[in-house]
Design a protein around this ligand. Structure first.
Ligand code: GAL
Ligand code: CA
Length: 339
């Protein structure tokens, strides 16, 4: 009896201490992270972010599980429920639908688990302030459009022959990413705004959006545009990401047409297209650092520390509780330093 009492007492003394690390920690004490990618079909998310999440988790000694949400928000909701049932210590979530953050935040809040949203910023107003343990890691979406626009305007001014019909205006087609996605909306807006801000009228001949930002979409739309009534009028191809740009390049090659063309992400294949003169520029979307920041914040949050403690990340001062990794212009002049 005395022994049982002593054991009970000892347990009571230990439990509050270990409670700091409560949750789904494995027996060896590793922090468990439940993560997803909105779709493993996405070149950038699957080719840049995911490999670095896997690699960096190992470096930090985190137990990471990354699942494929297959482009379905309902699937992601279920995956989050499963992670919570399993008792993960922290969630790192790449939203499928940027307007559905509240459903995920509510689940995390109810379970008392910290949540890092990454790459796709929530669009519901004020939603980040509904839970004290939710943060965002991504970029400043507008920056990518501004940089892409500045590159295009500088090149346009330097190449008088790009104005094929000599009317002083740029006739462009635009391959847009997911409608409603902050990156797609901002890139579409600011890339074109750079022309009008520079006093160059911009005529949109066509715009088509793809929720999957895919190469197939880029290929199919570009091929259709080239054989359409305005096919010969196109002077410039603007792509919200490199994946769609690759498709457009295929279609242009098949039609034996060369046009100025720009992307975003700076995937290694894009650097090769720049080297080959098939692409005029892209914008580095620094997925490696987005992945690292996501896990740095996740680890700190799981340990109950200030999320940026011991890191070089800083939270935006605009109340969005976000770490924003900068974009960088990639041109024929500097692309080698990104290879
Ligand atoms: C963007 C990226 C796109 C696509 C998208 C998915 O940041 O530039 O290529 O991956 O995220 O949300
Ligand atoms: Ca023109």
């Amino acid at each position: 009896m005395k022994k049982i009492l002593l054991t009970a007492l000892a347990l009571m003394m230990i439990l509050p201490l270990t409670g700091v690390f409560a949750g789904g920690q494995t027996e060896d004490g590793a922090i468990t992270v439940g993560a997803n990618i909105y779709s493993f079909q996405d070149n950038f998310m699957n080719g840049v972010i995911k490999p670095e999440l896997d690699r960096y988790a190992e470096e930090l000694g985190l137990e990471l599980d990354v699942v494929d949400s297959e482009g379905q928000q309902a699937k992601l909701n279920d995956q989050v429920d499963i992670f919570i049932t399993k008792g993960v210590d922290v969630l790192a979530i790449n939203l499928v639908d940027p307007a559905s953050a509240s459903s995920i935040i509510e689940k995390a809040k109810k379970a008392g688990i910290p949540l890092i949203l990454f790459n796709k910023e929530a669009t519901e107003a004020g939603v980040m302030n509904t839970y004290d343990k939710v943060w965002y890691v991504g970029t400043n979406s507008a920056e990518s459009g501004i940089i892409q626009g500045e590159m295009m305007v500088a090149d346009w001014k330097a190449n008088a022959d790009w104005d094929r019909n000599g009317d002083g205006a740029v006739q462009y087609v635009l391959l847009k990413g997911e409608p409603g996605h902050p990156d797609a909306e901002a890139r579409t807006k600011y890339s074109v705004k750079a022309f009008t801000d520079a006093g160059i009228p911009a005529d949109q001949l066509a715009l088509e959006a793809d929720p999957n930002w895919s190469t197939t979409h880029g290929n199919d739309k570009m091929a259709a545009w080239l054989t359409s009534g305005f096919g010969n009028d196109i002077e410039l191809v603007i792509c919200n990401n490199d994946g769609m740009a690759f498709g457009a390049i295929n279609a242009l090659k098949a039609a034996n047409v060369q046009l100025p063309l720009y992307g975003v992400d700076a995937l290694s294949q894009a650097l090769q297209h720049i080297a080959d003169g098939e692409m005029n520029g892209t914008v580095l979307n620094d997925g490696v650092n987005q992945a690292r920041a996501t896990l740095d914040l996740a680890k700190n949050a799981a340990m109950g520390k200030t999320v940026t403690e011991g890191t070089n990340w800083t939270l935006d001062t605009d109340g969005t509780k976000a770490v924003r990794v900068p974009y960088v212009a990639v041109t024929p002049e500097n692309y080698k330093s990104f290879q």
